[in-house]
Design a protein around this ligand. Structure first.
Ligand SMILES: NC(=O)c1ccc[n+]([C@@H]2O[C@H](COP(=O)([O-])OP(=O)(O)OC[C@H]3O[C@@H](n4cnc5c(N)ncnc54)[C@H](O)[C@@H]3O)[C@@H](O)[C@H]2O)c1
Length: 452
């Protein structure tokens, strides 16, 4: 198959490289010239385990190409995935101007039948607008279909997720488009390729038949599956955070409660980790966009309003918890461990660290910080307002308290005795419940966590 992927970010680059690994001929497009020039030099713009090896291998095999030119990519492909950003507008709605812009350029470049696929997360009905936009801007007589194929990969395990998804969802208007999309995904559906996260290697194996569910729906249902799924996961997080707050009042332990709940197979353990609330480039914007499109269509989805409210309050409560632990924040030095919104990514979009650090700076505190991979992006964000350190121990040295914000493995496996000695005061504020309160007390820490 000849595939074009427009937008070479977290989703576009991972999708492009995985399709190439499946044996397809892929051309990735981005209007960021620096990004494309770097990719030509083998410089990967994002941190994603295993991605660099795969990009290099597929470029060498001449299955993966990069360009800034949409016409070149469109003319040479039969399936075109749109994977540009859909960031939030101040109103909470999704900004679909990047999608419209790409749809127009695709339309003017089309000279034969194409399937144009929304891979970006978009509100229901976007497919209808994309179709209209392409129809108005393309040459008369050129046939095309618009399809939806939401992406469910998670940053940090993106390649493994793409190559072994729980399901592949395609929203189409006819069998022709469904068949073309099935052909794109055939090696994944049959598990002819898989990813070994430990070795960071793709394994090619004997295909088996129809292992991964390939769900064909209408375009609207497919668009909705993505918004409804992300909002449900956000709801689960807000739910356990609300339970955590209740646990603090009731003298119960949210970790025990979550374990007991999660053992029920109808509930499951995943996304029941109490903490400082969800962040990142997807959940906050997708819940808001789902709420806004519901409003537009005449449904008041007040459950989603509550999810957003609990998430916002959770960060405020954490900042209050820090103040309570310190008495006075002004002129204190805090060691912050973890800046990215979750482990194994350098993504800082909507990271809780931003709110926590800004609140402490506003109160007159000093911040020392460290993250295993998000240092460069954080330097751009915070500049010289905070001090960047070389590792966790350097960060803890002479700080008045330590605040853990991202549960990177290297923080979960800290030498806690060493940390204890390096801190001015043994105050440890854990936003991710990484340690047992009794163990921390034994080590001499004044340990603060969530819901316990
Ligand atoms: N990041 C994730 O974990 C994730 C997971 C699932 C779905 N999504 C969805 O996928 C979409 C993309 O997300 P992302 O995180 O990859 O975004 P991103 O910001 O990392 O990448 C988007 C890319 O599109 C490029 N772009 C913008 N306008 C363009 C144009 N006119 N022509 C060519 N390129 C253009 C940008 O330069 C950028 O490189 C969003 O809708 C997001 O909600 C993201």
């Amino acid at each position: 198959m000849r595939i074009a992927v427009i937008g070479t970010g977290y989703v576009g680059l991972v999708s492009g490289v995985c399709f190439a690994e499946c044996g397809h001929d892929v051309i990735c497009v981005d209007n960021n010239e620096v990004k494309i020039a770097n990719l030509h030099k083998g410089i990967i713009p994002i941190y994603e385990p295993g991605l660099d090896v795969l990009v290099k291998r597929n470029v060498k095999a001449k299955r993966l190409h990069f360009t800034t030119q949409i016409p070149e990519a469109v003319k040479n492909s039969s399936v075109i995935f749109i994977a540009v950003g859909t960031p939030p507008l101040p109103t909470g709605e999704a900004d679909l101007s990047y999608i419209e812009n790409v749809a127009k350029q695709v339309a003017t470049s089309m000279d034969s039948y194409k399937v144009v696929v929304e891979k970006s997360t978009v509100p229901v009905k976007t497919g209808e607008w994309v179709k209209r936009t392409i129809r108005f801007n393309s040459q008369a007589g050129v046939d095309f279909d618009v399809a939806s194929n939401p992406e469910f990969l998670r940053e940090g395990s993106a390649i493994g997720d793409f190559l072994k998804p729980d399901r592949i969802v395609v929203g189409v208007e006819n069998k022709k488009a469904a068949d073309l999309l099935e052909e794109c995904y055939k090696p994944i559906i049959d598990q002819a390729v898989s990813f070994d996260l430990e070795k960071q290697e793709v394994i090619h194996q004997t295909p088996q038949s129809n292992i991964v569910p390939f769900l064909v729906t209408s375009v609207s249902s497919s668009e909705l599956i993505k918004h409804a799924s992300n909002s449900f996961l956000a709801l689960k997080i807000s739910y356990i955070n609300a339970v955590a707050n209740f646990c603090e009042l009731a003298g119960a332990d949210v970790e025990q409660v979550a374990r007991g709940m999660g053992l029920d197979s109808r509930i499951g353990q995943k996304f029941l980790n109490a903490g400082i609330g969800y962040g990142g480039s997807c959940f906050p914007k997708d819940v808001s966009a789902f709420l806004e499109i519901s409003r537009e269509l005449g449904y008041h989805f007040n459950l989603l309003e509550e999810v957003i409210k609990i998430n916002k309050t959770q960060r405020e409560l954490f900042i209050r918890k820090i103040k309570k632990a310190m008495w006075i924040v002004k002129d204190k030095t805090f060691a912050i461990l973890g800046l990215s919104f979750k482990p194994n990514t350098d993504d800082m979009r909507e990271a809780p660290s931003i709110d926590v650090i800004n609140a402490l700076l506003e109160e007159g505190a000093s911040i020392k910080a460290y993250d295993p991979v998000a240092m460069n992006i954080s330097k751009e964000l915070f500049g010289d307002r905070i001090t960047f350190c070389k590792d966790a121990y350097d960060t803890a040295k002479n700080a008045d308290a330590l605040i853990l914000l991202t549960e990177w493995d290297e923080f979960v496996n800290l030498d806690l005795e060493k940390i204890h000695k390096l801190l001015n005061y043994p105050i440890f504020i854990d936003g991710r419940n990484c340690f047992e309160p009794a163990d921390m007390a034994k080590l001499g820490f004044d340990y603060h966590c969530i819901g316990r």
